[in-house]
Design a protein around this ligand. Structure first.
Ligand code: IMP
Length: 208
């Protein structure tokens, strides 16, 4: 069943959408957001893992979609800080309230990390992606990028928790990386590359 040329990505997050478009550009497929497709569904993300939540979103949007020639993808991602018992984890978007600014959220997390030495500041961004094909088949993948929580926010790029996520191999935060640099090594970049491969292998997708 080759020939799927359309992807609907189930997110309302513009920062994510920018990255996703860039990473999927080489597929040649038309990539639309929910907003562009005119879909708004109330999704209760009550899963207990990134993977479950990604599937919940992709299934809900696929069910609401009238067109049946479209792969629906969704991601669920977040920041996992080891010394905080994995917080904010699957609650990353909701941490301190959905409408609280990331300046405030980032300052709060740095405050909670006060006095914690370098080697215990380990963290990762994790991203699960789910795809629902028009014939009902479902696929999930997951990837992560390892880093450490910084001592102060650095950088203007990216979005969300990027200014406090320091990647030792690069000597900078993901907010200080160029968009291409981040997409090459990020949780979302790696998970989307895996998903392209899965869809290629399953002939649901013609990557150019
Ligand atoms: P989701 O929309 O439920 O997947 O929430 C993901 C949340 O995790 C985002 O709103 C950010 O707070 C955080 N997050 C995920 N990926 C990144 C990233 O690449 N940079 C910074 N924050 C991220």
């Amino acid at each position: 069943m080759g020939g799927i040329r359309k992807i609907l990505f189930a997110t309302g997050n513009e920062g994510k959408m920018r990255e996703i478009r860039s990473i999927l550009a080489d597929t040649g497929a038309e990539v639309r957001s929910m907003k562009e497709a005119g879909i708004s569904v109330k999704i209760v993300e009550d899963g207990t893992s990134f993977e479950e939540n990604a599937l919940i979103k992709a299934r809900a949007v696929s069910a609401a979609l009238a067109e049946k020639d479209c792969v629906v993808m969704a991601d669920d991602s977040g920041l996992v800080i080891d010394v905080l018992g994995g917080e904010p984890g699957i609650y990353s978007a909701r941490y301190m309230g959905e409408d609280t600014s990331y300046d405030v959220k980032n300052a709060n997390l740095i405050g909670r990390m006060k006095g914690i030495p370098d080697e215990k500041r380990t963290a990762r961004f994790t991203c699960a992606i789910a795809a629902v094909l028009p014939d009902g088949r479902e696929f999930t993948v997951q990837a992560a990028i390892e880093g450490r929580i910084g001592y102060r926010p650095e950088g203007e790029g990216g979005f969300g928790y990027d200014p406090i996520f320091y990647v030792p191999g690069f000597g900078k935060t993901t907010a200080e990386m160029t968009a291409d640099e981040k997409n090459r090594v990020s949780h979302r970049g790696k998970a989307l590359e895996q998903m392209k491969e899965v869809l290629r292998e399953n002939e649901g997708f013609d990557c150019q």
